[in-house]
Structure formats: structure tokens, C-alpha cells
Design a protein around this ligand. Structure first.
Ligand code: MG
Length: 483
């Protein structure tokens, strides 16, 4: 929808208000396309928030849960930065797109610009679009956010620890800070990241509303991924260490956004979505978050690595205090937003499903046994979920069990020799994945494995030596850094 037609729509809507004299009511008053703010933090533990029983004060983030929906059984597609972001922004399993792991300065590939991102989908609908924070889907010009649907970009192209001060590697060049497609600074002051990116977001919201344009603000905060930094005002804020200070500053950044939406009188029809890209980086000890008792963390497909609280506040459509226990995944966000914005789905095949009926509380469950969600780690099909069941396929994983975590930003050492067998867990009674019940439910294991076999044919499985027939290529570059 073009800006002009949005304006005409707003005028028409205001006339309807004037004629009917009724308060805002979705049944009688078209509110127009919803605005969207997507806050995607980095390496947050499931148990780090006030609303998940955490130790830190997060009143603004908690507001999203009390005034909106809390999806308790939401997970990311892969427990690592780049892969998780690829899924969020495209609605695809990341291995479908050839995006694995965490891209760094030496990678010569990125998200193929021919894929359709959430930003491109919304831009097509007349939205103003912006990203402030961490991109992590390639640093070559052709794959930067400005070439993938975002009108505005300020931030870093990959993780904030990929810089010369990395505690375990001296191989990283200075960390670039981008403004659109230009590098404007190297090794920027990370103490300014959290509130600085939020302030850019606030400016964008004000400009979009002034131009009467619906907006999509994507705020991928680089923290609480290590190295941890806070601005001066948040030093010692939590009284519980630097990690807590960082979480509380992120909460303040969310508060800035919520306050701005209210000031601009657009909070009613703005969906504010909050979640994280993966669970806590446990080897960092006191600089890592808490899974709240879920097993393992970042880099593994156990719940501690992939389950995150998904919070969505949208007063116009989502009832306050809604709790959704149905399994959902980050790949569902794009098709769900497509429904709410009447946008067309990407032309290329995607994996997510429209779960808009869960978002509004119209339905408690779409189908208890379908669909299946799959967790790949790189291109290994390591686990899957169907309803309450989670099946692990035999695979190796890293763990800090029996080991001391790091401190002060210096990580401890993972044990990479841990292995899981073919194990089945009932997440409705055993979310911590402690009691393997595969032997008691062979029919469940067989049905899930049969579904997995189909998936192996489509997206492959390195554990079984399968090559997928539907896997697409990322955009690849030659030469140094491709720039
Ligand atoms: Mg991460």
C-alpha cells in the first residue's frame, strides 16, 4: 500500500469514528495495517525475565506478557545467531537457505537477496522499515539489510565479540559499525549499544508516524551476548552483577519504545514482539543467563538452547494475559504477520505456518499432532517435536555439566564429548528433558521417525548422510571479504 493510500485510509477511518461516535472497537472500526516492533535479543536465557521467574527486574518486558500473549512453548529454529536470524526473517529452516552457525568477518556468503525477508514483505505493503542492532546475515554490500528490505540500517554486521579483544582468538579484525552501507566507525563504544539502538528506533517511530506510514522496526539488540557492556546509568543497576545490569538496560530500552508508542498514540494497533535468538552461552558462567532449569544452553537443541519466551503485545487484537502452550517456532512469525497485514507470502517455499488464531486467542490449539517442528544443528537433524513429544536423534553435543563456568568475560571449557541416543521426552510433564520414555512409546517414536525421514529427503541430514532435494544456496562471494 503506498503512503498516499495509507493517508486516505486514515482519513476514512477518522470519518468513521466521527460518524459512529463509538470508542475503538475492532468489530466496527478498521484500524488499518498494524505497526510492528520486533525486539530480538541475543543469548538471553529462558529464565532471565521477571515474567519467567528470573532474578532481574524487567517490568517493561513483563508488561508485554501481562498486557499481551506469552507463548510458553516457543522455540527458535537453530540455537545459534545467524541460523536463528535467517529463520526469523524468512520463515524458513535456515539449512533450507544454506545459512549455518554464526557468520563472521571471513565468511564469503550471506542470505541470498532473492529470498524474501519480513522487511521486504512489509515494504511491499507500504511499510517504512528499519533495523538497528546486529544483522548477522552477511557483510558484503549485496547482502546487507539495505538490500534485503530495510530502508534504514545502523549497527554491526556480526557478533559483538568478533573483534580484536576476543578472549580466545586474536584473529578478528576491528568490529565495523555500519550506517546504511558505509562503515562509519571501528570498535565502537559498546556501552552505547543498547540504549543507542533503541534511541534510533524511537526516532524512526516518530518519523514514520509523522509521515503517516505503517512501520516495521526490527531491533536485534547485540546483547546480552558477550562481551557485556552497559551505559554508565546502568552500572550496578541490578545489584546482581554485570549480566543482570545488561538485562535491565535492555528492559529500559523496551520501555523507551513502549513509552514512545503511547506518546504517539499508536500503541493500540502496534504489535510489539519480544524474544531471543537462542539460549544462554553457558561456558561464560557469570556472564551467561539462566535457562530457568531447562537442559543445556546455546549451541544445543535441548530446551535450554532453543526455547525462548515469545511475548507479543497488541492491544487491538491480542487479549491481555493470553497464555499459549501450543508448540510454535520462529519460522511461524513471517506467515503469521503476512496474515495480519494481508501481505502475500514469499514466492519461494517456506516452512513456517500461519498461527494467527493462536496469537489472538481464537484457538488454543491448531492441531495437537501436527505439524512437526525440526531442530537442525548446522545440517544435522538432531531433534524434532510433535505436540508434547520431543524426540532426539543420536547426536553429539557440548555441555558444561561437571565443569566450572567462566567468569568476568573469560569462558570456561566445554566438554564436546557428550552424546544422546534416540530419546523421547514428554515436554508437558518433563520440560527439563530428564526422563527418556522412548521404550514406553515405540509407536510415537516410529511415527516421528517416519516424518523425519520425509524431512531428510527434503532438507537433508548429515547424521544420516542424506542430501536434501529442496536446499537452496546462500549468496556467495569471491575474494577478500567479498568487498
Ligand atoms: Mg545468539
Amino acid at each position: 500500500m503506498a503512503a498516499g493510500s495509507i493517508f486516505r485510509f486514515a482519513v476514512l477511518a477518522s470519518l468513521l469514528f466521527a460518524c459512529s461516535g463509538t470508542p475503538k472497537n475492532e468489530a466496527t472500526t478498521p484500524l488499518g495495517p498494524p505497526n510492528i516492533v520486533l525486539v530480538f535479543v541475543d543469548d538471553l536465557g529462558f529464565g532471565d525475565l521477571g515474567c519467567t521467574g528470573g532474578a532481574y527486574r524487567t517490568p517493561n518486558i513483563d508488561r508485554l506478557a501481562t498486557e499481551g500473549a506469552f507463548f510458553t512453548d516457543f522455540s527458535v529454529a537453530q540455537p545459534v545467531c545467524s541460523a536463528s536470524r535467517a529463520a526469523l526473517l524468512t520463515g524458513c529452516y535456515p539449512n533450507r537457505l544454506g545459512i549455518h552457525g554464526a557468520l563472521g568477518p571471513s565468511n564469503r556468503h550471506g542470505l541470498d537477496p532473492d529470498e524474501t525477508t519480513l522487511a521486504e514483505m512489509l515494504k511491499e505493503q507500504g511499510y517504512a522499515t528499519a533495523i538497528y542492532g546486529k544483522w548477522h546475515l552477511g557483510l558484503q554490500e549485496e547482502v546487507l539489510p539495505t538490500r534485503q528490505g530495510f530502508d534504514h540500517f545502523a549497527g554491526i554486521p556480526y557478533s559483538n565479540d568478533m573483534w580484536p579483544q576476543h578472549p580466545e582468538s586474536d584473529a578478528y579484525p576491528p568490529l565495523p559499525l555500519f550506517e546504511q552501507e558505509q562503515i562509519v566507525e571501528y570498535d565502537p563504544d559498546q556501552r552505547q549499544f543498547t540504549l543507542g539502538f533503541a534511541r534510533r528506533g524511537v526516532e524512526f517511530l516518530r518519523a514514520s508516524v509523522a509521515q503517516q506510514q505503517p512501520f516495521f522496526l526490527y531491533l536485534p539488540q547485540p546483547m546480552p551476548h558477550v562481551p557485556l557492556f552497559v551505559s554508565e546509568a546502568f552500572e550496578g543497576h541490578s545489584g546482581k552483577g554485570l549480566y543482570g545490569d545488561v538485562v535491565e538496560e535492555i528492559d529500559a530500552a523496551v520501555g523507551m519504545i513502549l513509552q514512545t508508542l503511547e506518546e504517539l498514540d499508536v500503541a493500540e494497533n502496534t504489535m510489539v514482539i519480544f524474544t531471543s535468538d537462542n539460549g544462554p552461552w553457558l561456558s561464560y558462567g557469570d556472564h551467561a543467563g539462566s535457562t530457568g532449569g531447562l537442559r543445556e544452553g546455546k549451541g544445543t537443541v535441548f530446551e535450554g538452547g532453543v526455547r525462548e519466551p515469545l511475548l507479543v503485545r497488541w492491544p487491538a487484537r491480542i487479549p491481555a494475559g493470553l497464555r499459549v502452550q501450543e508448540a510454535t517456532m520462529a519460522i511461524d512469525i513471517l506467515p503469521t504477520i503476512a496474515t495480519f497485514t494481508s501481505a502475500g507470502l514469499p514466492q519461494r517455499l517456506i516452512d513456517g505456518r500461519d498461527i494467527s488464531a493462536l496469537w489472538t486467542g481464537a484457538s488454543e490449539s491448531l492441531d495437537p499432532d501436527f505439524p512437526y517442528y525440526y531442530w537442525y544443528r548446522s545440517n544435522e537433524l538432531q531433534a524434532m517435536r510433535s505436540g508434547k513429544w520431543k524426540l532426539h536423534f543420536p547426536h553429539g553435543y557440548r555441555t558444561m555439566q561437571g565443569r566450572e563456568g567462566g567468569s568476568g568475560g573469560i569462558p570456561g571449557k566445554y566438554d564436546y564429548s557428550a552424546k544422546t541416543g534416540l530419546e523421547l521426552y514428554d515436554l508437558s510433564t518433563d520440560p527439563k528433558e530428564q526422563h527418556d520414555v522412548a521404550a514406553d512409546h515405540p509407536e510415537v517414536v516410529a511415527a516421528m521417525d517416519a516424518a523425519a525421514e520425509i524431512m531428510r529427503g527434503r532438507l537433508g541430514d548429515k547424521l544420516q548422510g542424506c542430501v536434501g532435494s529442496e536446499v537452496r544456496e546462500p549468496r556467495r562471494f569471491d575474494g577478500d571479504f567479498g568487498r
